[in-house]
Design a protein around this ligand. Sequence first.
Ligand code: NAD
Length: 462
Amino acid sequence: MNRRSLLKNLSITFGSTLVSTEVIAKLAEDTYSYDIPTPSLHQSVAKPITVITLGAGSRGTVYGNYAAAFPDQLKVIGVAEPNTFRNDRYAKKHQIADTHRFNTWEDVFKQPKLADAVIISMPDDLHYEPCMKALSMGYDILLEKPIAPTEKECRDILALAKKTGRIVAVCHVLRYAPYFVKMKELIAKGAIGEVISIQHFEPIEHTHMAHSYVRGNWHNSKTTTPIILAKSCHDLDIIKWVINKRSQKIVAMGDLKWFRKENAPQGSTARCTDGCAVERTCPYSAIKEYIDRNSRTFVLDIPENVNDRKAAIREKLETTNYGRCVYRMENDQPDHYVTSIQFEDSVTANFSMEAFTAYHGRRTRIMGSMGDLVGDMTELVHHDFITRKETKFIPKAEDVEGYKNSGHGGGDWMLVRDFVQAVSQRDPSLLTSTIDDSIESHIMGFMAEKSRKEGKVMAVKL
Ligand SMILES: NC(=O)c1ccc[n+]([C@@H]2O[C@H](COP(=O)([O-])OP(=O)(O)OC[C@H]3O[C@@H](n4cnc5c(N)ncnc54)[C@H](O)[C@@H]3O)[C@@H](O)[C@H]2O)c1
Protein backbone atom coordinates (compact mmCIF):
# COMPACT_ATOMS: atom_id res chain seq x y z
CA MET A 1 0.00 0.00 0.00
CA ASN A 2 1.45 3.37 -0.94
CA ARG A 3 1.46 6.50 1.17
CA ARG A 4 -1.56 7.93 -0.54
CA SER A 5 -3.87 5.01 0.03
CA LEU A 6 -2.50 4.57 3.55
CA LEU A 7 -3.55 8.08 4.45
CA LYS A 8 -6.89 7.54 2.77
CA ASN A 9 -7.54 4.32 4.64
CA LEU A 10 -6.60 5.76 8.00
CA SER A 11 -8.95 8.71 7.38
CA ILE A 12 -6.45 10.91 9.12
CA THR A 13 -7.93 14.07 10.61
CA PHE A 14 -5.76 17.06 11.27
CA GLY A 15 -6.74 19.83 13.59
CA SER A 16 -9.44 22.17 12.50
CA THR A 17 -12.47 21.35 10.36
CA LEU A 18 -10.84 23.14 7.44
CA VAL A 19 -8.44 20.29 6.90
CA SER A 20 -10.37 17.31 8.15
CA THR A 21 -12.13 16.00 5.08
CA GLU A 22 -9.55 15.41 2.43
CA VAL A 23 -6.69 13.05 1.76
CA ILE A 24 -4.00 15.15 3.25
CA ALA A 25 -0.41 14.99 4.45
CA LYS A 26 1.12 17.43 6.88
CA LEU A 27 4.43 18.79 5.63
CA ALA A 28 5.23 21.24 8.42
CA GLU A 29 3.42 23.11 11.13
CA ASP A 30 0.20 24.37 9.51
CA THR A 31 1.22 23.39 5.97
CA TYR A 32 -0.77 20.66 4.29
CA SER A 33 -0.32 18.86 1.01
CA TYR A 34 -3.54 17.48 -0.39
CA ASP A 35 -5.24 15.95 -3.34
CA ILE A 36 -8.92 15.74 -4.07
CA PRO A 37 -10.45 12.32 -3.37
CA THR A 38 -12.22 10.57 -6.23
CA PRO A 39 -15.88 11.61 -6.03
CA SER A 40 -17.94 8.95 -4.25
CA LEU A 41 -20.41 8.71 -7.16
CA HIS A 42 -17.70 7.60 -9.60
CA GLN A 43 -18.06 3.99 -10.73
CA SER A 44 -15.88 1.65 -12.69
CA VAL A 45 -16.61 2.05 -16.39
CA ALA A 46 -18.09 -1.15 -17.86
CA LYS A 47 -17.05 -0.38 -21.44
CA PRO A 48 -14.73 2.45 -22.58
CA ILE A 49 -16.53 5.51 -23.88
CA THR A 50 -15.76 5.93 -27.59
CA VAL A 51 -14.92 9.35 -29.03
CA ILE A 52 -14.02 11.03 -32.30
CA THR A 53 -11.64 13.97 -32.02
CA LEU A 54 -12.45 16.94 -34.26
CA GLY A 55 -9.18 18.88 -34.40
CA ALA A 56 -5.99 17.00 -33.47
CA GLY A 57 -3.94 20.05 -32.44
CA SER A 58 -2.71 20.91 -28.94
CA ARG A 59 -5.96 20.41 -27.05
CA GLY A 60 -7.10 17.38 -29.01
CA THR A 61 -3.75 15.84 -28.16
CA VAL A 62 -4.08 16.56 -24.42
CA TYR A 63 -7.50 14.89 -24.24
CA GLY A 64 -6.39 12.05 -26.51
CA ASN A 65 -3.47 11.41 -24.14
CA TYR A 66 -5.98 10.66 -21.40
CA ALA A 67 -7.48 7.93 -23.57
CA ALA A 68 -4.00 6.53 -24.23
CA ALA A 69 -3.28 6.48 -20.48
CA PHE A 70 -6.68 5.05 -19.46
CA PRO A 71 -7.82 2.78 -22.30
CA ASP A 72 -10.32 1.05 -20.00
CA GLN A 73 -12.19 4.40 -19.72
CA LEU A 74 -11.88 6.17 -23.06
CA LYS A 75 -11.08 5.09 -26.60
CA VAL A 76 -10.46 7.42 -29.54
CA ILE A 77 -11.95 5.64 -32.57
CA GLY A 78 -11.87 8.47 -35.08
CA VAL A 79 -10.22 11.76 -35.99
CA ALA A 80 -11.01 14.70 -38.28
CA GLU A 81 -8.00 16.89 -39.02
CA PRO A 82 -7.00 18.56 -42.31
CA ASN A 83 -3.34 18.88 -41.32
CA THR A 84 -1.94 15.56 -42.57
CA PHE A 85 1.05 15.59 -40.20
CA ARG A 86 -1.31 15.85 -37.21
CA ASN A 87 -3.87 13.45 -38.65
CA ASP A 88 -1.15 10.82 -39.20
CA ARG A 89 0.38 11.33 -35.76
CA TYR A 90 -2.99 11.08 -34.01
CA ALA A 91 -4.15 8.06 -36.00
CA LYS A 92 -0.89 6.27 -35.23
CA LYS A 93 -1.07 7.03 -31.50
CA HIS A 94 -4.67 5.83 -31.19
CA GLN A 95 -4.52 3.11 -33.84
CA ILE A 96 -7.42 4.61 -35.73
CA ALA A 97 -8.71 2.65 -38.72
CA ASP A 98 -8.32 4.39 -42.10
CA THR A 99 -12.10 4.33 -42.50
CA HIS A 100 -12.39 6.54 -39.41
CA ARG A 101 -9.81 9.14 -40.43
CA PHE A 102 -11.40 12.26 -41.87
CA ASN A 103 -10.11 15.41 -43.47
CA THR A 104 -12.62 17.74 -41.88
CA TRP A 105 -15.39 17.67 -39.28
CA GLU A 106 -18.14 17.76 -41.91
CA ASP A 107 -17.02 14.33 -43.17
CA VAL A 108 -17.65 12.76 -39.76
CA PHE A 109 -21.28 13.81 -39.76
CA LYS A 110 -21.87 12.46 -43.26
CA GLN A 111 -21.57 9.02 -41.63
CA PRO A 112 -24.14 7.49 -39.31
CA LYS A 113 -23.32 7.96 -35.60
CA LEU A 114 -19.95 6.29 -35.05
CA ALA A 115 -19.15 6.84 -31.38
CA ASP A 116 -20.60 7.83 -28.01
CA ALA A 117 -19.12 11.33 -28.09
CA VAL A 118 -17.07 13.88 -30.00
CA ILE A 119 -14.28 16.09 -28.71
CA ILE A 120 -14.52 19.53 -30.34
CA SER A 121 -10.99 20.93 -30.18
CA MET A 122 -10.94 22.97 -33.38
CA PRO A 123 -10.37 26.75 -33.66
CA ASP A 124 -12.89 29.01 -31.88
CA ASP A 125 -14.85 29.74 -35.07
CA LEU A 126 -15.35 25.99 -35.64
CA HIS A 127 -17.26 25.17 -32.47
CA TYR A 128 -20.81 26.23 -33.25
CA GLU A 129 -21.72 24.32 -36.41
CA PRO A 130 -20.07 21.02 -35.44
CA CYS A 131 -21.57 21.24 -31.98
CA MET A 132 -25.10 21.81 -33.31
CA LYS A 133 -24.67 18.98 -35.81
CA ALA A 134 -23.26 16.59 -33.19
CA LEU A 135 -26.15 17.33 -30.82
CA SER A 136 -28.71 16.73 -33.52
CA MET A 137 -27.09 13.36 -34.27
CA GLY A 138 -27.15 12.29 -30.62
CA TYR A 139 -23.48 12.65 -29.70
CA ASP A 140 -22.36 13.75 -26.24
CA ILE A 141 -19.71 16.46 -26.49
CA LEU A 142 -16.49 17.53 -24.82
CA LEU A 143 -16.46 21.12 -26.08
CA GLU A 144 -13.44 23.35 -25.90
CA LYS A 145 -13.98 26.85 -24.61
CA PRO A 146 -15.08 29.35 -25.73
CA ILE A 147 -18.43 27.67 -26.36
CA ALA A 148 -18.89 29.83 -29.49
CA PRO A 149 -17.88 33.31 -30.71
CA THR A 150 -21.27 35.00 -30.16
CA GLU A 151 -23.80 35.11 -27.35
CA LYS A 152 -26.58 33.94 -29.67
CA GLU A 153 -24.60 30.88 -30.76
CA CYS A 154 -23.82 29.99 -27.12
CA ARG A 155 -27.51 30.23 -26.29
CA ASP A 156 -28.45 28.13 -29.36
CA ILE A 157 -26.09 25.36 -28.23
CA LEU A 158 -27.50 25.48 -24.71
CA ALA A 159 -31.07 25.26 -26.03
CA LEU A 160 -30.29 22.32 -28.32
CA ALA A 161 -28.36 20.51 -25.59
CA LYS A 162 -31.44 20.83 -23.35
CA LYS A 163 -33.80 19.73 -26.11
CA THR A 164 -31.75 16.68 -27.06
CA GLY A 165 -30.76 15.81 -23.49
CA ARG A 166 -27.14 15.25 -24.53
CA ILE A 167 -24.20 15.92 -22.23
CA VAL A 168 -22.08 18.94 -23.16
CA ALA A 169 -18.99 19.44 -21.00
CA VAL A 170 -17.34 22.82 -21.53
CA CYS A 171 -13.57 22.65 -21.04
CA HIS A 172 -13.40 25.07 -18.12
CA VAL A 173 -10.50 22.99 -16.91
CA LEU A 174 -9.63 25.20 -13.93
CA ARG A 175 -12.82 24.04 -12.22
CA TYR A 176 -11.23 20.60 -11.97
CA ALA A 177 -7.80 21.73 -10.73
CA PRO A 178 -7.30 20.67 -7.08
CA TYR A 179 -6.08 24.19 -6.24
CA PHE A 180 -9.37 25.85 -7.25
CA VAL A 181 -11.48 22.96 -5.94
CA LYS A 182 -9.92 23.59 -2.52
CA MET A 183 -10.48 27.34 -2.81
CA LYS A 184 -14.17 26.79 -3.50
CA GLU A 185 -14.48 24.22 -0.72
CA LEU A 186 -12.90 26.54 1.87
CA ILE A 187 -15.26 29.36 0.94
CA ALA A 188 -18.30 27.05 1.04
CA LYS A 189 -17.23 25.89 4.52
CA GLY A 190 -17.20 29.51 5.70
CA ALA A 191 -13.43 29.60 6.18
CA ILE A 192 -13.34 33.35 5.51
CA GLY A 193 -16.87 34.20 6.67
CA GLU A 194 -18.88 36.24 4.19
CA VAL A 195 -17.07 36.85 0.92
CA ILE A 196 -16.68 40.59 0.44
CA SER A 197 -14.39 41.05 -2.56
CA ILE A 198 -11.92 39.41 -4.94
CA GLN A 199 -8.76 40.42 -6.75
CA HIS A 200 -7.79 38.06 -9.53
CA PHE A 201 -4.76 38.48 -11.76
CA GLU A 202 -3.77 36.59 -14.86
CA PRO A 203 -0.15 37.21 -15.83
CA ILE A 204 0.06 35.76 -19.34
CA GLU A 205 3.87 36.08 -19.54
CA HIS A 206 5.32 38.22 -22.31
CA THR A 207 6.56 35.42 -24.60
CA HIS A 208 3.30 33.48 -24.24
CA MET A 209 1.45 36.64 -25.28
CA ALA A 210 3.71 37.04 -28.33
CA HIS A 211 3.29 33.36 -29.22
CA SER A 212 -0.49 33.02 -28.96
CA TYR A 213 -2.07 36.48 -29.18
CA VAL A 214 0.37 38.42 -31.39
CA ARG A 215 1.75 35.81 -33.79
CA GLY A 216 -0.39 32.76 -33.08
CA ASN A 217 -3.91 31.39 -33.57
CA TRP A 218 -5.68 34.06 -31.55
CA HIS A 219 -3.93 37.22 -32.84
CA ASN A 220 -7.05 38.53 -34.57
CA SER A 221 -10.17 38.89 -32.45
CA LYS A 222 -12.40 39.05 -35.52
CA THR A 223 -11.37 35.68 -36.91
CA THR A 224 -11.26 33.98 -33.48
CA THR A 225 -12.70 35.55 -30.33
CA PRO A 226 -11.76 38.61 -28.24
CA ILE A 227 -9.01 37.82 -25.73
CA ILE A 228 -11.43 38.16 -22.80
CA LEU A 229 -13.05 34.98 -24.14
CA ALA A 230 -10.11 33.33 -25.88
CA LYS A 231 -7.89 33.60 -22.83
CA SER A 232 -9.82 34.92 -19.90
CA CYS A 233 -13.20 33.21 -20.02
CA HIS A 234 -11.43 30.80 -17.64
CA ASP A 235 -10.83 33.66 -15.22
CA LEU A 236 -14.33 35.11 -15.33
CA ASP A 237 -15.61 31.59 -14.90
CA ILE A 238 -13.40 30.61 -12.00
CA ILE A 239 -14.13 33.78 -10.02
CA LYS A 240 -17.86 33.20 -10.39
CA TRP A 241 -17.64 29.47 -9.66
CA VAL A 242 -15.44 29.77 -6.58
CA ILE A 243 -17.65 32.33 -4.82
CA ASN A 244 -20.89 30.78 -6.14
CA LYS A 245 -22.63 34.10 -6.77
CA ARG A 246 -24.55 35.44 -9.76
CA SER A 247 -22.88 38.28 -11.63
CA GLN A 248 -24.94 41.44 -12.15
CA LYS A 249 -22.82 44.13 -13.80
CA ILE A 250 -19.47 44.32 -15.55
CA VAL A 251 -17.21 47.09 -16.82
CA ALA A 252 -13.95 46.72 -18.73
CA MET A 253 -11.05 48.74 -20.08
CA GLY A 254 -7.95 47.79 -21.98
CA ASP A 255 -6.14 48.18 -25.26
CA LEU A 256 -3.40 47.03 -27.53
CA LYS A 257 -0.59 49.35 -26.45
CA TRP A 258 2.72 47.74 -27.31
CA PHE A 259 2.58 45.24 -30.20
CA ARG A 260 1.94 47.87 -32.87
CA LYS A 261 3.74 48.98 -36.03
CA GLU A 262 4.75 52.34 -34.57
CA ASN A 263 6.73 50.56 -31.84
CA ALA A 264 8.85 48.53 -34.28
CA PRO A 265 12.51 49.29 -33.46
CA GLN A 266 14.73 50.81 -36.11
CA GLY A 267 16.56 48.10 -38.01
CA SER A 268 13.84 45.50 -37.39
CA THR A 269 12.57 43.46 -40.34
CA ALA A 270 9.36 41.69 -41.37
CA ARG A 271 10.70 38.40 -39.97
CA CYS A 272 13.24 37.75 -37.23
CA THR A 273 15.08 35.58 -39.75
CA ASP A 274 15.43 38.42 -42.31
CA GLY A 275 18.64 39.78 -40.75
CA CYS A 276 16.87 41.96 -38.17
CA ALA A 277 19.45 44.33 -36.65
CA VAL A 278 17.93 44.16 -33.16
CA GLU A 279 17.04 40.45 -33.03
CA ARG A 280 19.61 39.59 -30.34
CA THR A 281 18.36 42.31 -28.00
CA CYS A 282 14.64 41.83 -28.67
CA PRO A 283 12.79 39.95 -25.88
CA TYR A 284 10.23 38.75 -28.43
CA SER A 285 12.72 37.30 -30.93
CA ALA A 286 11.28 34.19 -32.55
CA ILE A 287 14.79 32.79 -33.00
CA LYS A 288 15.41 33.02 -29.25
CA GLU A 289 12.04 31.54 -28.38
CA TYR A 290 11.73 28.66 -30.82
CA ILE A 291 15.35 27.82 -31.73
CA ASP A 292 17.54 28.89 -28.79
CA ARG A 293 15.08 27.94 -26.02
CA ASN A 294 13.28 25.24 -28.06
CA SER A 295 10.12 26.55 -26.45
CA ARG A 296 6.46 26.19 -27.59
CA THR A 297 7.58 24.31 -30.74
CA PHE A 298 4.63 21.89 -30.63
CA VAL A 299 2.69 24.19 -32.96
CA LEU A 300 5.39 23.94 -35.65
CA ASP A 301 4.77 20.25 -36.46
CA ILE A 302 8.42 19.24 -36.47
CA PRO A 303 8.76 15.47 -37.02
CA GLU A 304 10.37 13.69 -34.05
CA ASN A 305 12.99 11.96 -36.17
CA VAL A 306 14.08 15.02 -38.18
CA ASN A 307 17.86 15.13 -38.82
CA ASP A 308 18.46 18.80 -38.09
CA ARG A 309 15.80 20.07 -35.72
CA LYS A 310 17.12 23.64 -35.59
CA ALA A 311 17.14 23.93 -39.38
CA ALA A 312 13.60 22.52 -39.50
CA ILE A 313 12.40 25.09 -36.97
CA ARG A 314 14.15 27.89 -38.84
CA GLU A 315 12.39 26.89 -42.03
CA LYS A 316 9.04 27.23 -40.19
CA LEU A 317 10.07 30.66 -38.91
CA GLU A 318 10.77 31.68 -42.49
CA THR A 319 7.37 30.56 -43.73
CA THR A 320 4.77 30.83 -40.92
CA ASN A 321 3.47 33.61 -38.68
CA TYR A 322 5.63 32.28 -35.84
CA GLY A 323 8.72 33.91 -37.41
CA ARG A 324 7.15 37.31 -38.02
CA CYS A 325 8.07 40.51 -36.22
CA VAL A 326 5.71 41.06 -33.27
CA TYR A 327 5.38 44.72 -34.26
CA ARG A 328 4.24 43.95 -37.79
CA MET A 329 1.42 41.45 -37.36
CA GLU A 330 -2.27 41.99 -38.15
CA ASN A 331 -3.00 41.58 -34.43
CA ASP A 332 -5.67 43.46 -32.52
CA GLN A 333 -5.93 41.68 -29.15
CA PRO A 334 -5.46 43.98 -26.14
CA ASP A 335 -2.23 43.37 -24.22
CA HIS A 336 -3.69 44.64 -20.94
CA TYR A 337 -7.28 44.32 -19.88
CA VAL A 338 -8.98 45.22 -16.60
CA THR A 339 -12.48 44.25 -15.57
CA SER A 340 -14.62 45.03 -12.54
CA ILE A 341 -17.60 42.88 -11.71
CA GLN A 342 -20.52 43.42 -9.36
CA PHE A 343 -21.93 40.13 -8.00
CA GLU A 344 -25.08 39.57 -5.98
CA ASP A 345 -24.93 40.22 -2.21
CA SER A 346 -22.69 43.28 -2.80
CA VAL A 347 -19.64 41.19 -3.64
CA THR A 348 -17.20 42.87 -6.01
CA ALA A 349 -14.31 41.53 -8.07
CA ASN A 350 -11.42 43.06 -9.97
CA PHE A 351 -9.78 41.05 -12.70
CA SER A 352 -6.64 42.03 -14.53
CA MET A 353 -5.08 40.29 -17.53
CA GLU A 354 -1.51 41.37 -18.26
CA ALA A 355 0.84 40.43 -21.09
CA PHE A 356 3.95 42.05 -19.69
CA THR A 357 5.11 39.76 -16.93
CA ALA A 358 8.16 37.51 -16.60
CA TYR A 359 6.00 34.80 -15.03
CA HIS A 360 2.67 33.06 -15.48
CA GLY A 361 0.25 31.42 -13.05
CA ARG A 362 -2.96 32.99 -11.86
CA ARG A 363 -2.88 34.90 -8.56
CA THR A 364 -6.02 35.31 -6.47
CA ARG A 365 -6.90 37.13 -3.25
CA ILE A 366 -10.32 36.64 -1.71
CA MET A 367 -11.30 38.88 1.16
CA GLY A 368 -13.94 37.79 3.68
CA SER A 369 -15.43 39.07 6.93
CA MET A 370 -13.55 36.50 9.05
CA GLY A 371 -10.44 35.80 7.04
CA ASP A 372 -8.78 35.87 3.67
CA LEU A 373 -7.27 33.58 1.06
CA VAL A 374 -4.16 34.33 -0.98
CA GLY A 375 -2.97 31.96 -3.68
CA ASP A 376 -0.79 31.62 -6.77
CA MET A 377 -1.80 28.12 -7.96
CA THR A 378 1.18 26.53 -6.23
CA GLU A 379 -0.12 27.21 -2.72
CA LEU A 380 -3.19 28.66 -1.09
CA VAL A 381 -2.79 30.51 2.19
CA HIS A 382 -5.71 30.92 4.57
CA HIS A 383 -5.64 33.57 7.29
CA ASP A 384 -8.15 33.33 10.11
CA PHE A 385 -8.88 36.77 11.62
CA ILE A 386 -10.21 35.22 14.87
CA THR A 387 -7.29 32.94 15.75
CA ARG A 388 -4.75 34.90 13.68
CA LYS A 389 -3.66 31.51 12.40
CA GLU A 390 -2.20 30.98 8.93
CA THR A 391 -2.73 27.65 7.14
CA LYS A 392 -1.08 26.72 3.86
CA PHE A 393 -2.62 24.27 1.37
CA ILE A 394 -0.39 22.82 -1.32
CA PRO A 395 -2.17 20.98 -4.15
CA LYS A 396 -0.53 17.76 -5.27
CA ALA A 397 -1.60 18.25 -8.87
CA GLU A 398 1.68 17.04 -10.27
CA ASP A 399 1.78 13.75 -8.46
CA VAL A 400 -1.83 12.71 -8.18
CA GLU A 401 -1.65 9.03 -9.09
CA GLY A 402 -2.25 8.49 -12.77
CA TYR A 403 -2.53 12.17 -13.53
CA LYS A 404 1.09 13.04 -14.16
CA ASN A 405 1.72 15.64 -16.86
CA SER A 406 -1.84 16.84 -16.91
CA GLY A 407 -2.04 20.59 -17.57
CA HIS A 408 -3.88 23.48 -15.92
CA GLY A 409 -2.98 22.46 -12.38
CA GLY A 410 -4.22 18.91 -13.01
CA GLY A 411 -7.54 20.16 -14.39
CA ASP A 412 -7.24 18.90 -17.99
CA TRP A 413 -7.34 15.22 -17.20
CA MET A 414 -9.65 15.54 -14.18
CA LEU A 415 -12.19 17.06 -16.57
CA VAL A 416 -11.91 14.11 -18.96
CA ARG A 417 -12.19 11.69 -16.03
CA ASP A 418 -15.46 13.33 -14.98
CA PHE A 419 -16.70 13.51 -18.58
CA VAL A 420 -16.23 9.75 -18.94
CA GLN A 421 -18.21 9.23 -15.73
CA ALA A 422 -21.00 11.58 -16.81
CA VAL A 423 -21.37 9.88 -20.20
CA SER A 424 -21.13 6.35 -18.88
CA GLN A 425 -23.61 6.98 -16.05
CA ARG A 426 -25.76 9.33 -18.20
CA ASP A 427 -25.55 11.87 -15.40
CA PRO A 428 -24.37 15.44 -16.21
CA SER A 429 -24.33 16.30 -12.51
CA LEU A 430 -21.03 14.42 -12.31
CA LEU A 431 -19.52 17.38 -14.18
CA THR A 432 -18.92 20.81 -12.72
CA SER A 433 -18.76 22.55 -16.11
CA THR A 434 -21.91 21.57 -17.96
CA ILE A 435 -23.09 23.95 -20.62
CA ASP A 436 -25.87 25.28 -18.31
CA ASP A 437 -23.27 26.08 -15.72
CA SER A 438 -20.79 27.65 -18.12
CA ILE A 439 -23.01 30.02 -20.06
CA GLU A 440 -22.98 32.80 -17.45
CA SER A 441 -19.23 33.36 -17.58
CA HIS A 442 -19.39 33.53 -21.38
CA ILE A 443 -22.09 36.20 -21.17
CA MET A 444 -19.85 38.04 -18.71
CA GLY A 445 -17.12 37.92 -21.38
CA PHE A 446 -19.35 39.22 -24.17
CA MET A 447 -20.58 42.03 -21.90
CA ALA A 448 -17.03 42.91 -20.81
CA GLU A 449 -15.99 43.27 -24.44
CA LYS A 450 -19.02 45.42 -25.20
CA SER A 451 -18.20 47.55 -22.19
CA ARG A 452 -14.56 47.93 -23.28
CA LYS A 453 -15.59 48.99 -26.76
CA GLU A 454 -18.53 51.23 -25.87
CA GLY A 455 -17.30 52.63 -22.55
CA LYS A 456 -20.43 51.56 -20.67
CA VAL A 457 -21.24 49.50 -17.61
CA MET A 458 -23.11 46.42 -18.85
CA ALA A 459 -25.75 44.35 -17.10
CA VAL A 460 -25.18 40.58 -17.16
CA LYS A 461 -28.53 39.04 -18.02
CA LEU A 462 -28.98 35.28 -18.16
N1 NAD B 1 -9.33 24.78 -22.21
C1 NAD B 1 -8.22 25.45 -22.37
O1 NAD B 1 -7.54 25.79 -21.42
C2 NAD B 1 -7.73 25.80 -23.75
C3 NAD B 1 -6.39 26.11 -23.96
C4 NAD B 1 -5.99 26.42 -25.28
C5 NAD B 1 -6.91 26.43 -26.31
N2 NAD B 1 -8.23 26.16 -26.05
C6 NAD B 1 -9.23 26.15 -27.12
O2 NAD B 1 -9.18 24.87 -27.75
C7 NAD B 1 -9.43 24.99 -29.16
C8 NAD B 1 -8.27 24.38 -29.93
O3 NAD B 1 -7.09 25.06 -29.58
P1 NAD B 1 -5.65 24.41 -29.87
O4 NAD B 1 -4.65 25.17 -29.06
O5 NAD B 1 -5.69 22.95 -29.73
O6 NAD B 1 -5.47 24.82 -31.40
P2 NAD B 1 -4.69 24.01 -32.52
O7 NAD B 1 -4.53 24.93 -33.66
O8 NAD B 1 -3.46 23.41 -31.93
O9 NAD B 1 -5.68 22.83 -32.89
C9 NAD B 1 -6.85 23.01 -33.65
C10 NAD B 1 -6.82 21.96 -34.74
O10 NAD B 1 -8.06 21.99 -35.46
C11 NAD B 1 -7.76 21.66 -36.81
N3 NAD B 1 -8.82 22.03 -37.74
C12 NAD B 1 -8.99 23.20 -38.42
N4 NAD B 1 -10.03 23.13 -39.23
C13 NAD B 1 -10.58 21.89 -39.07
C14 NAD B 1 -11.67 21.21 -39.67
N5 NAD B 1 -12.43 21.81 -40.60
N6 NAD B 1 -11.94 19.94 -39.29
C15 NAD B 1 -11.17 19.33 -38.36
N7 NAD B 1 -10.11 19.93 -37.77
C16 NAD B 1 -9.82 21.19 -38.12
C17 NAD B 1 -6.46 22.42 -37.07
O11 NAD B 1 -5.78 21.92 -38.21
C18 NAD B 1 -5.72 22.19 -35.77
O12 NAD B 1 -4.86 21.09 -35.82
C19 NAD B 1 -9.64 26.47 -29.41
O13 NAD B 1 -11.00 26.76 -29.42
C20 NAD B 1 -8.97 27.14 -28.23
O14 NAD B 1 -9.49 28.40 -27.91
C21 NAD B 1 -8.64 25.84 -24.81
